[in-house]
Every structure is written in C-alpha cells, then in structure tokens.
Design a protein around this ligand. Structure first.
Ligand code: HEM
Length: 469
C-alpha cells in the first residue's frame, strides 16, 4: 500500500490467492474453512482479497471491540449485505444511521426484559403444543427432520408473541420459500454479481419464493388491520409509530420490510441454535443425561415456566455451547467510512473488517480444546478471564441483536419442555455438515428419531449437585 509521500505502509500478512480474484474461489467453496485457516496461519490481523473487496479478518478481541463498539460510528454494514437488502428491503437489520436508529427505537420496547418475561408464557405454551404433536411422531418411530420441526416451532413463537398473527394459507410453504431465498443469497453472497439476476430457472424460483414470502407478510399485516388489537406487541408498535417531525406513519412498504425482517431474523437463527443443540446432545450422552437430571429435578414433572429458568443453569450452558460451536450468524462484516487502524495496520476507507464468530469461538488462546463440546466452559469461574469479544453469537455494540434475550429465553423453554418428554437420536450414519449460507445450516437436514421419555420425579434430597460444587 503506497502513500502520496512515498511512504510505504505494510499490509498485514495473508493468503496470496489468485491474481485479481484473491481467495474468492476458495471462499465461495467453503468460507468458514478459509477464515479458519487464515486465522490459524497468519494471526490477529489477516489481509484478504476476495474478488473486488479487500479487507482484514480480525480476531484480536480488542480490534473486534474497536470495530463493533468503540469506533462503530466509523463503520457501516459491508456491501455484502446489499444482497440481503435487495431481497428483504432496507429494514432494521440492513439500514444505517438516522433511519436505522429510528426503526430501532420503535421496535425496542417490544424487547424489554419485562415484556419478554410476559411473552414467556406464550413461548412455553407453544413448546407444549409441539411436545404434544411429537407424541404421534414418537409412536411412529420414523425419522423426523428436526431442523424443519424447529423452524416451524420458532416461527409459531414469533408469530404468536410479536406479530399476533398466523400465516393462514401461506404457513405450509413459507419455510421452503425461505430456504430457497437463503440459498440464493448465501450462494450469491460472494459472487461478483454478474450472474445473480439472470433469468435462469434458479432465479425464477427465487423470485417465486420472494413473492410467496411477501404474500405471507401482507397476510399478517392485513389480518391485524382488519382486527386491531390492544396488545402492545411489536406489530402494534410498528403500526402506531409516527415520525417525530412529520407525524407520518410508516409506509406500507416499510412496514412490510420490518415484518419480513422480524419474521425471518426471529425464526431462522433460533431454530438453527436449537437444531445444533439437539445434534450435539445426541452425540454426547453424558451431557444429555446431565440435562435430563437438571430438568427433572427442577421441574418435578411440571411444564417449565419463565420463573423456572434460573434453576436451569446447565440447560442455558448447553445452549451457549451450541451457539459457540455452531453460531447461526457465523460471520459478518463492516466497511470503514474513513481510514482506521486495526492491530497496528492501516485500514483504508472503503475496506472491510471481517468478524467471524465461527473463528472467534474456536481460538485456542481463549478456548481450551476448542472443538470439544463442553458446556461447563460457561461456568462463571471458567468464563471470568475470557474477553467478551471472543464470544459473539449475537454480535455486539449498537448493532447487537435486538432479539438476544428473547431468543435465549425461548431456547431454554423449548429445550426444557422437549427434554422432559423426549430424547432425540440422530439417524445412524447420517452425514452432518455445516453449510455457511447467510446462516449456518445443516447441509443435509437433521433427521432424528424421537424417543419418548418419562421424567423422573425426584425428592429434593436427590437433586443434582449445584454446578459450581
Ligand atoms: C439464536 C438466535 C439469534 C442469533 C444467533 C442472532 C444473531 C444476530 C446477530 C449476530 C446480529 C448482528 C448482525 C450484525 O452485527 O451484522 C443480529 C441482529 C438482529 N437480530 Fe438477531 N439473532 C437471534 C435471534 C433473533 C430474534 C429472536 C430476533 C427477533 C425476534 C432477532 C432480530 C434481529 C434484528 C432485527 C437484528 C438487527 C438489529 C439491528 O441492527 O439493530 N434475532 N442477530
């Protein structure tokens, strides 16, 4: 990198890659593997050229904190988000600056802790409904795609708690439509953009999926407009929001974009967190047993409610550990608005900072035996020395996930309810592989056999020992 005065600035080390394309072909094949290798080989700040984009992969928690929090004003979401923006619109997840802040302020009250606590009974009820439906599936003994089951359940939760609606005739098709959209955006994420919008049959499928999603969202909005509700849910907040200066409400298009954002951001990530949790538990019978013991002792056969969650610390650690190994939002990136410095290297304006939770969550400097499933690494005494910015399943700084607490409470209630009645077994010899699209999905689904389980009723005397003992 050469400056006007002839002074040469050093680039950080990084993989050489191909002329012009850099590491683009490798990133298109397997992005998580490229980022993992680069961090292992070149250290804290790695120069990457990915086609037309240049930037640094950063893995030092101080640099990550600088970009996401301390100097967040100097960064926008990177142009890689344009593909998401073109498909879903300019909503809370993809917008910037004043507009973003306004939308965030409108939605924020729906996610206050007390509000979520009130919604927990609906989450618990939805989990019980799913548990009841699983009875027939368990009796049939046939494999069930748990990834699909979790998608259905988390969608029901978002619809019931935040949007107070159902999807009517769209319900059966919407997950498939989102899979097509996720795949299209995920696969074109790293492309140069020349071929993404050609009228191929794949593109036509994508457009049809987008139209179906739009129909589903319009159904949700028109249902509420026909039957106004006095509940202070997210949809009411979006509908009643007025611009401070003009007094105008959101346009129909903006409303549609935000409802789409919440419908997808709220169901997809949480369902993947749960799917990976079931997979990991099926591979670690010791953890499964420990979880059952905790849940049986804390609940004594009653279905879980919000107030039980404090007595389920191991359940929470299992979810935290699944989010570490398989972060649904596996990577994100920012673009510098002005020159900056990262780890002693000059980052020019317009270049990108890659922040990859999948890599941060496996750094051997902060995680002992990083590939091992070890929920107890989240015990307070084992986490005290770990920097906050090496564990980022929900991002950090002003753009941190708005649904963070919502998702964790929901996941804990779902796991506790389903573990009470069932044990899941991965279909033998099924190949499990993570698939880094926009989110980290299981490439070949997650077929599992659902076995019924009777929770053991314990007297207080034989409750499991406290975790810190
Ligand atoms: C396990 C579940 C979840 C995970 C792993 C997750 C992850 C994330 C991450 C990493 C970001 C930040 C992306 C970035 O900085 O570029 C984010 C943002 C966001 N998430 Fe989540 N999320 C989850 C659940 C939810 C839920 C339940 C909702 C809503 C119901 C939600 C709605 C959003 C929205 C609207 C944003 C954009 C916030 C903003 O920029 O102001 N997420 N999420």
């Amino acid at each position: 990198m050469r400056e006007a005065a002839g002074f040469v600035r050093m680039l950080p080390p990084g993989p050489r890659g191909l002329p012009i394309l850099g590491v683009l072909p490798a990133v298109r094949r397997d992005p998580t593997a490229v980022f993992m290798r680069a961090a292992r080989r070149f250290g804290d700040v790695v120069y990457l050229r990915i086609g037309p984009r240049r930037g640094y992969l950063i893995t030092n928690p101080a640099d990550v904190r600088h970009v996401l929090q301390d100097n967040a004003r100097n960064y926008h979401k990177s142009p890689l988000y344009n593909k998401l923006r073109m498909s879903l619109g300019n909503g809370l997840l993809t917008s910037e600056d004043e507009f973003w802040l306004r939308q965030r302020r409108i939605a924020q009250p729906a996610f206050h802790r007390q509000r979520i606590a009130a919604l927990a009974s609906v989450m618990a009820e939805s989990s019980r409904d799913a548990a009841a439906e699983w009875r027939t599936m368990a009796s049939a003994g046939q494999p069930v795609d748990v990834a699909e089951e979790m998608m259905r359940l988390t969608r029901t939760v978002v619809l019931r708690t935040l949007l107070g609606a159902d999807l009517g005739p769209f319900a059966a098709k919407v997950d498939h439509a989102w899979t097509i959209i996720n795949q299209h955006i995920g696969e074109s994420f790293w492309s140069l953009g020349f071929t993404d919008w050609l009228p191929t049959s794949k593109y036509r499928r994508f457009q049809a999926a987008r139209a179906l999603l739009r129909g589903a969202v319009d159904h949700v909005i028109s249902q509420r407009r026909r039957n106004p509700s006095d509940t202070a849910d997210l949809l009411s907040m979006l509908l009643s929001a007025r611009d401070e200066e003009t007094g105008e409400s959101m346009t129909d298009e903006q409303l549609r974009v935000e409802v789409t954002t919440f419908l997808l951001a709220g169901q997809e990530t949480t369902s993947l967190a749960l799917t990976w949790t079931w997979y990991l538990l099926s591979q670690h019978p010791g953890a499964q047993r420990r979880l059952e013991e905790e849940i049986d002792a804390a609940l004594d056969g009653r279905p879980p409610e919000y107030t039980d969650l404090v007595n389920l610390p191991y359940t929470r650690m299992v979810i935290d550990e699944a989010l570490r190994l398989y972060p649904p939002a596996w990577g994100f990136s920012r673009q510098a608005l002005a020159d900056d410095e990262l780890g002693g290297f000059h980052l020019p304006r317009g270049w990108l900072a890659f922040i990859i939770p999948y890599v941060l969550h496996r750094l051997p400097a902060f995680w002992q035996d990083p590939e091992a499933f070890d929920p107890e690494r989240f015990l307070p005494e084992r986490s005290a020395d770990r920097p906050k910015f090496v564990y980022l399943p929900f991002g950090a700084g002003p753009r941190q996930c708005i649904g963070h607490h919502f998702a964790l409470i929901e996941a804990q209630l779902i796991v506790a309810t389903l573990v009470q009645g069932y044990r899941l077994h991965l279909v033998s010899r099924h190949r499990v592989e993570s698939w880094p699209l926009i989110t980290l999905r299981p490439r070949f689904g997650m077929p599992m056999i659902i076995e019924r389980r009777t929770p053991s009723r314990s007297s207080g005397a034989d409750r499991p020992r406290p975790l810190s003992a």
